[in-house]
Design a protein around this ligand. Structure first.
Ligand code: PEP
Length: 250
């Protein structure tokens, strides 16, 4: 059975005190949860603190990004080795904000994925079309190209450490969610793209999350779709009750 995952991307939110409050709330509300992998991604500086606070809770901690190089003259960047050395084993790569505001292209993302896997990290790989691309009916092609460019160099075995997160850019932080039918249609397409290249052992097992304005009011309907295996949550992950309600929406 495919792994169900609910991950919270906190983005550039929450200082140390706010991080502590949110984590202790999550621990209380989510500790007993079975069957769904819960992941939170605080900002880099609070990762060791989050790991300590969530020790023994079953809730995983992810970073929101990392650099593709092993080390070197890359001022302001963080390497895979730095992350794993403090105990972070999951990384979000390819988020649309990284692509749009920091110029991350598919080629660089392919390198980041390779580096993360080399360090035995789990990768939550984000991709999705922009509004214009959907309006012009190019969304399937765009998504297929993003997958091919960043992930088709992998061998079959690597896929056990990949989680896909389909995030239509027009739905991120806008309050506009893809309908459950739109999400299902795209997730089934993505699974088929993976199947054609890597076979059913990979495509049947890969968890595909939906991201884009998921909230307690719409999570259950979206997660009920057969090819939706969970969610990557932005805004709503900053509120304990909302994130817990989403995690419990399966
Ligand atoms: C995201 O940034 O990954 C995201 C899905 O954000 P939001 O839930 O706020 O749309």
């Amino acid at each position: 059975m495919r792994k169900r995952v609910v991950a919270g991307n906190w983005k550039m939110n929450n200082n140390l005190e706010e991080t502590g409050a949110l984590l202790s709330g999550l621990k209380t509300k989510l500790e007993e949860r079975q069957g769904t992998e819960i992941i939170v991604a605080p900002t880099f500086i609070n990762l060791p603190y989050a790991l300590e606070a969530l020790k023994d809770s079953g809730i995983k901690v992810a970073s929101q990004n990392m650099h593709q190089a092993e080390n070197g003259a890359f001022t302001g960047e963080i390497s895979a080795n730095m992350l794993t050395s403090v105990g972070v084993r999951t990384v979000i790569l390819g988020h649309s904000e990284r692509r749009a505001y920091f110029g991350e292209k598919d080629e660089v993302l392919a390198e980041k994925v390779t580096t993360a896997l080399k360090h035995k990290m789990q990768v939550i790989f984000c991709f999705g079309e922009e509004l214009e691309e959907r309006k012009s009916n190019n969304h399937f092609q765009v998504v297929e190209e993003q997958l091919k460019a960043a992930l088709f160099h992998l061998d079959k075995g690597s896929w056990q450490n990949i989680i896909l997160a389909y995030e239509p850019v027009w739905a991120i932080g806008t309050g506009e969610t893809a309908s459950p039918e739109q999400a299902q249609e795209m997730h089934a397409f993505i699974r088929n793209v993976i199947k054609e290249k890597f076979g059913t052992e990979v495509s049947d097992e890969i968890s595909i999350l939906y991201g884009g304005s998921v909230k307690p009011a719409n999570a259950a309907e979206i997660f009920a779709k057969p090819d939706v295996d969970g969610g990557l949550i932005g805004g709503a992950s900053l509120d304990v009750d909302s994130f817990a309600a989403i995690a419990n929406a399966f």
